[in-house]
Ligand binder design. Structure first.
Ligand code: URP
Ligand code: ZN
Ligand code: ZN
Length: 459
């Protein structure tokens, strides 16, 4: 199978030129002007942007969490991602405390195998680091191609590890060439505030927000980056939401530490005023919570400055009925919101069209940097000869409105209902196959592959 994309404006993290792209099998094989080659399929991309398929480095598909499961599975979640121009997602395997990492790996692969439309990789979330799990780290990096290890500094009793475990894990991951990531918020302070608010009868969802003030995140970010500095392990902060954390990150980066950060679309575009609505605000109950307008400004600044390298969704959708679980007690609202399908278009519309970021920066943060940090570059994250042909053909001028009525995610509301967006992903190519063509699905379930990743390399 071969595809020739003609006359598109090709954008990578560093380039911007008009060319034809010839794809043979799963790979890009030629890039040039007026390519005179026979192809099974020709796509005219005149007037369109031709960019690397998006990589969402933080999603939760069919995740067991807070007594329920996130509603998108590998089938619906990766298909929705493809519709929105994201060709690869990185999900989290979550160890059960008291059990092995391998047991969790088996559980997750059991759900994912043969079900995905889009490509996927796994981070391994270590929730119980001990002498047994220590022995598994090398196997995950060297044999399974899972080179990033997630930690939670919150959710005590279920997911959180303490600092002693963190340091032990960091040493082991460094030894084998991986990277440690963290949900960096201070779980003890949050638990204290949740209990205090509940004891005072303050049960409305606003108290979800008030139980996780900015300092709970900035403190943990500083502590995490200090531990990483002490051990020398490359590190990455997931879903950074506020200025205080960004400043802690910047302080670490000043001492030339290998530390990276991700923020999410919602922290750039939405703010905590949504929690002042009635229970409808539960749609945006997530951890960390939405923050203030000043945090949005700071995060955009962090992106342009290069302190924040990636944009994720933390896609973790729950149906409204699941959210209602916390109607009388904010601490029972399942944490998480949908977004896997909207990331590329929202970032284009709100980032590029408004002039906040350049086109090259757009590609860098939505695709290239995730591929580099997580050991998939240059196979993924760019358009170059020999790379996987993961390519989107994007109309920068098409206007549309985001709505749960027409999205493909398996969730009955949209976090961005009614948002008017300029820029639409028209075609998505994954490993040389046109998988989405003007909204039509051309791939089959199971086409999506597990991507084994390399060890951490200097980026
Ligand atoms: O609220 C969130 N973010 N839910 C998903 C789990 C996590 O902490 O990333
Ligand atoms: Zn988290
Ligand atoms: Zn998450």
């Amino acid at each position: 199978m071969s595809i020739l994309i003609k006359n598109g404006r090709v954008i990578t993290a560093t380039d911007d030129y008009t060319a034809d792209i010839f794809i043979e099998g799963e790979k890009v094989s030629l890039i040039g002007n007026n390519l005179d080659v026979k192809a099974d399929e020709v796509i005219d991309a005149k007037g369109k942007l031709v960019m690397p398929g998006g990589i969402d480095p933080h999603v939760h598909l069919e995740m067991p969490f807070m007594g329920t499961f996130s509603t998108d599975n590998y089938e619906t979640g990766t298909l929705a991602a493809l519709h929105g121009g994201t060709t690869t997602v990185i999900d989290f395997i979550i160890q059960k405390q008291g059990e092995s990492l391998k047991a969790a790996y088996d559980e997750w692969t059991g759900r994912a195998n043969g079900n995905a439309y889009g490509d996927y990789a796994f981070h391994m979330a270590v929730t119980d680091f001990n002498e047994d799990t220590k022995k598994e780290i090398g196997y995950f990096i060297n044999e399974l191609g899972i080179s990033s290890f997630k930690t939670f500094m919150a959710y005590k009793g279920a997911l959180m590890i303490d600092d002693k475990q963190m340091i032990g894990l960091m040493h082991e991951v460094k030894k084998h060439g991986g990277i440690v990531t963290s949900h960096a918020t201070n779980g003890d302070i949050i638990d204290y505030l949740v209990a205090k608010h509940k004891a005072e009868g303050k049960l409305s969802l606003l108290y979800h927000y008030l139980s996780q003030p900015e300092e709970t995140e900035s403190e943990a970010t500083g502590r995490f980056t200090d531990m990483a500095y002490n051990t020398g392990v490359p590190s990455y902060i997931v879903h950074m939401s506020c200025e205080g954390s960004l400043n802690a990150l910047r302080r670490s980066q000043l001492r030339h530490q290998k530390v990276y950060a991700e923020t999410c679309v919602q922290y750039l575009l939405l703010d905590a005023s949504l929690y002042e609505k009635n229970f409808e605000g539960a749609k945006w109950v997530m951890s960390p919570p939405l923050r203030e307008k000043k945090d949005q400004k700071a995060l955009w600044g962090g992106i342009n400055q290069g302190s924040v390298q990636t944009i994720a969704t933390d896609h973790c959708p729950f149906h409204w009925e699941q959210k209602l679980n916390g109607k009388d007690d904010f601490s029972k609202i399942p944490n998480g919101a949908p977004g896997i399908e909207n990331r590329m278009e929202l970032m284009f519309s709100e980032g590029v069209q408004t002039g906040k970021i350049s086109l090259n920066k757009y590609v860098e943060i939505t695709s290239t940097n995730s591929a580099k940090i997580f050991g998939m570059f240059p196979r993924k994250g760019t358009i170059s000869i020999g790379s996987d042909a993961d390519i989107i053909i994007f109309d920068p001028n098409e206007e549309h409105t985001i709505s749960a009525k027409n999205h493909h995610m398996n969730v009955d509301y949209s976090a961005y209902e009614g948002w008017e967006v300029k820029g639409k992903c028209k075609q998505t190519i994954l490993r040389g196959k046109l998988v989405i063509d003007n909204g039509k699905v051309k791939a089959e379930k199971g086409y999506g592959k597990f991507i084994k990743r390399d060890k951490f390399k200097n980026i």
